[in-house]
Write a protein that binds this ligand. Structure first.
Ligand SMILES: C[S@@+](CC[C@H](N)C(=O)[O-])C[C@H]1O[C@@H](n2cnc3c(N)ncnc32)[C@H](O)[C@@H]1O
Length: 245
């Protein structure tokens, strides 16, 4: 893991803002609900877990770990005993453990899971990844620039959370080359979801091979995108049934 050089400032309600990218790590409205709506619902989760023995999620941008923690919380609520979740996140500019603890403190339904993550994060240079977070949950945070580290990743994701900072401020997280790597590292019938609906990103995703759809965005955002690496005719593997934003 690279050393923590990611400096953070704080907006009202302890919402972290990156000084490197001049953007917040998640919506000011409710980052936990945004994760549930955009990334989980957008990928058909937790419903798709029902018939999976092992399910792999890839995430671009680990940030505070909020996306992982909300996923882990829902996974614990819904999993059956023999199932396994592998969560692999790609992160080049890790935040400090103190900043992570401060960012996660407001999310009371995520304790004690957030405490477990922060302790691991604080000691991370001495611990080998992947981390076994519980007997059915593995976390792997891959260091370095996402484009290179996804290209070198030997895994395939069933679902992707595309969560870079906004495309205007963080173009490397939405490049054509990276979207192609994401597609190439998705199982047939796998999916992605993202909060953005930027035209340039949509084109990169479509050019890579994804079937791309839009739906209403979270908390007042007009649109977000989700889609599939189709296996045969569109929508063969699962149908997405959405809640309201
Ligand atoms: C919007 S934040 C992710 C929020 C996160 N999912 C959470 O739950 O807090 C975007 C993240 O992408 C990381 N990042 C930005 N550019 C990157 C790049 N080129 N490669 C890998 N990570 C990058 C940033 O350091 C930041 O942590």
């Amino acid at each position: 893991m690279q050393s923590s050089g990611h400096s953070i400032s704080w907006e009202t309600g302890d919402v972290p803002r990156s000084s490197l990218f001049d953007d917040t790590f998640y919506t000011r409205r409710n980052g936990q609900a945004e994760t549930a709506y955009v990334f989980m619902d957008g990928n058909g989760l937790p419903r798709r877990w029902a018939d999976a023995g092992r399910f792999t999620i890839g995430e671009l941008g680990f940030g505070t770990g909020l996306g992982f923690l909300e996923t882990w919380r829902r996974w614990i609520e819904t999993r059956s005993p023999s199932q396994c979740l592998v969560f692999t996140s790609f992160e080049a500019y890790p935040i400090s453990a103190d900043d992570m603890a401060r960012a996660l403190e407001p999310w009371k339904t995520l304790t004690p899971l957030s405490g477990t993550l922060v302790s691991r994060w604080r000691a991370r240079s001495t611990l080998a990844m992947p981390w076994q977070m519980d007997e059915q949950t593995q976390l792997h945070v891959m260091p370095g620039e996402a484009e290179a580290s996804v290209a070198n990743w030997s895994g395939l994701a069933d679902a992707w959370y595309l969560d870079g900072f906004s495309p205007d401020k963080n173009p490397a997280m939405w490049s054509a080359a990276l979207m192609q790597q994401v597609f190439d590292h998705t199982v047939a019938g796998g999916s992605f979801a993202t909060y953005t609906a930027a035209t340039r990103v949509r084109r990169h995703l479509q050019d890579a091979g994804f079937a791309v759809n839009k739906r209403k965005g979270f908390a007042g955002k007009r649109e977000m995108m989700f889609g599939q690496r189709t296996a045969g005719p569109v929508g063969t593997r699962y149908a997405i049934a959405f809640r309201d934003a």
